[in-house]
Design a protein around this ligand. Structure first.
Ligand code: PLP
Length: 379
């Protein structure tokens, strides 16, 4: 192996948290030290998060999963209720629906955006009614950082009287038209898990809403259903606070987040320019800016394993989100779905593979990844 190939095969990080830490480490260390000094461990960066996206309220909590659960609880969703979800998502979207005793009803996705297909969601509503459920909510997911089709979803929701909960665990920071994620649905949840576009150093999440009453209920729910003080319990709740150390990390990271989003978009554009002729690259519709939680391409079914092995041999990690849609999972396959089946979710699950994506991928590394993909597909 000559010098050149040895350098080329050095492993690349899929998501490089250390590179961001090199940029921000001192500021975060100081912010955390300040938290340790004043010993307030349970407050959140709520005003900054709400201002960032333009929502009236942000309510922080312990994870993106808790955020979903808190909204479902706040809306009193439970047995007999149906909640329409995409099948091609991380399990938490439907998991929290089932946890409160309601029934997730699965809809298919759009092949170009990977997001819930409004026509399939409409059929899922009809299926829910036919099996005797009361359709009350729809949870579009901004998969891989791309906002779902809120115009169509909000129109469907208005016609069917559904509450729209945007699961923006992957999409916080994205924009559709002139509106930010956080303001496109009745409520929005996000995750600050470290691998997310805006991640803290542990678990964290938030709910965004313009509804004052919902905000008050969420604040109560995250601390054991507290009322006027923490020993006044007015409802059944959770222990779901964001701890202040994570809040301190988030406040610092939020300051450089716009810059990181711009970088992610630059990298995605470059990938697409170079790979668009040989694989199916992700495309954001005209008025939408993705936050590129993942850069996910599609390659011919049956070739994915060999493709991943070829990239790995060149030091390039890949990931598959998601190898099995929820309606094929043991825990979820008994739930109802669009009567036409979910053919797009089924086929896309065999074709998707995500390339390294983070704001600190320099051009040399991008070029290595692009060259490796071109070699692996024989272009
Ligand atoms: C679409 C989606 N929803 C919900 C979650 C749950 O977020 P958390 O891991 O913070 O609980 C995730 C996390 O990966 C996700 O991707």
């Amino acid at each position: 192996m000559n010098q050149h190939t040895r350098v080329d095969a050095a492993p690349i990080a899929f998501i490089d948290v250390a590179a961001q830490r090199r940029r921000l480490g001192g500021r975060i260390d100081a912010a955390v030290a300040c938290v340790l000094d004043h010993c307030q461990f349970v407050l959140g960066p709520e005003a900054a998060l709400a201002a960032f996206c333009g929502a009236r309220h942000a309510v922080t909590c312990a994870s993106g999963t808790d955020a979903l659960l808190m909204v479902l609880m706040a809306k009193g969703i439970g047995p007999g209720d149906a909640v329409i979800c995409p099948s091609f998502t991380f399990c938490a979207t439907a998991e929290m629906v089932a946890l409160v005793g309601a029934t997730p009803v699965f809809a298919d996705i759009d092949a170009a955006t990977f997001n819930i297909a409004p026509d399939s969601a409409a059929r899922a509503v009809a299926v829910a009614r036919r099996v005797g459920l009361n359709p009350r909510m729809i949870i579009p997911v901004d998969l891989f950082g791309l906002p779902a089709d809120y115009k169509a979803i909000n129109a469907l929701a208005a016609a069917e009287k559904l509450f729209v909960l945007d699961d923006a665990a992957q999409g916080f920071g994205a924009v559709a038209g002139n509106r930010n994620i956080g303001t496109l649905a009745d409520a929005t949840t996000t995750s600050f898990f470290p691998a997310k576009p805006l991640g803290c150093y542990g678990d964290g999440g938030a709910v965004f809403t313009d509804d004052d009453d919902m905000r008050d209920i969420l604040v109560s729910l995250r601390v054991h259903g507290q009322g006027s003080d923490r020993y006044d319990n007015v409802r059944i709740g959770l222990a779901a606070r964001l701890d202040t150390i994570q809040a301190a990390v988030l406040i610092e990271k939020l300051k450089i987040f716009p810059d990181e989003i711009a970088e992610r978009n630059r990298i995605a554009r470059r990938y697409s320019q170079h790979l668009g002729d040989v694989v199916t690259v992700p495309r954001a519709p005209g008025d939408v800016t993705s936050v590129w939680a993942q850069y996910t391409i599609r390659i011919k079914a049956g070739t994915r394993d060999a493709f991943a092995v070829a990239l790995k041999a060149q030091g390039i990690p890949t990931a598959i989100y998601y190898p099995k849609p929820l309606h094929r999972q043991e825990a979820y396959r008994h739930f109802p779905a669009d009567e036409r089946g979910l053919p797009v979710s089924d086929s896309i699950a065999e074709e998707v593979i995500s390339l390294p994506m983070h704001a600190y991928l320099d051009e040399t590394t991008q070029d290595r990844i692009i060259a490796a993909v071109l070699r692996a597909v024989g272009a």
